[in-house]
Design a protein around this ligand. Structure first.
Ligand code: C5P
Length: 209
């Protein structure tokens, strides 16, 4: 069974994906980390984020196992990731790795922006997780403060809106629900309720393969 979870930043998709993976005993890939890690390599080597050749070799050189999540999760990296993620050649360089992960015999859970539309269009379950920009900004501010970053709500809200716009308007694999995705709006749900709703969607998809 492939479970595809897509949605904008701070919608809750990552937590839902992790919990579904644990529940069903499936491997999980947070595909945002691939774009974050690509951007990290460029920043570390002093390259520009829009240098296509450097970005493609950074993407090709990634090894899934040696991600240092601590250095990829911060605010700056989400923004930088969305810049490299708009480069079609970078997306192309990362497709095979994601498809190989999705094709594991036991199945997999992947979360990102284009899992249901591009990476695994045949996924048995597709959920598009969303929430209002204000709610997502509040969640992100809490999360970043928890990591020790000094942030203010207004600028986080601005970041979220900017990132939504960049991700939705890019030409290649824009952020949008697959036609057959179920929409899960978590604006008024806590994580337990959101997870329960996602689980019900998986169950409604029928017997597991
Ligand atoms: O999900 P996360 O916030 O870690 O993603 C960071 C950025 O990576 C997103 O804003 C988006 O631009 C890009 N991304 C993408 N496709 C994916 C996952 C992430 O374009 N499947």
């Amino acid at each position: 069974m492939i479970i595809a979870i897509d949605g904008p930043a701070a919608s809750g998709k990552g937590t839902i994906a992790r919990r579904l993976a644990a529940h069903f005993g499936l491997p999980h890939l947070d595909t945002g980390l691939l774009y974050r890690a690509t951007a990290r390599v460029l920043l570390d080597e002093g390259s520009r984020l829009d240098d296509v050749d450097k970005a493609v070799s950074a993407a090709r050189g990634l090894a899934l196992l040696d991600f240092d999540e601590e250095r990829l999760r911060g605010r700056e990296m989400g923004e930088a990731a969305s810049v490299v993620a708009a480069i079609p050649e970078v997306r192309a360089a990362l497709i095979d790795m994601q498809r190989v992960f999705a094709a594991r015999p036991q199945g997999a859970v992947l979360d990102g922006r284009d899992i249901g539309t591009v990476i695994a269009p045949a996924a048995q379950v597709k959920i598009f997780v969303t929430a209002s920009a204000e709610t997502r900004a509040q969640r992100r501010a809490l999360e970043l403060r928890g990591r020790g970053e000094r942030v203010d709500y207004a600028s986080i809200l601005e970041d979220i809106r900017k990132r939504d716009q960049r991700d939705s308007e890019r030409s290649d694999a824009p952020l949008k629900p697959a036609e057959d995705a179920k929409i899960l709006d978590t604006t008024d749900l806590n994580i337990e309720a959101a997870f329960a709703a996602a689980l019900a969607m998986v169950d409604a998809a029928g017997p597991r393969l």
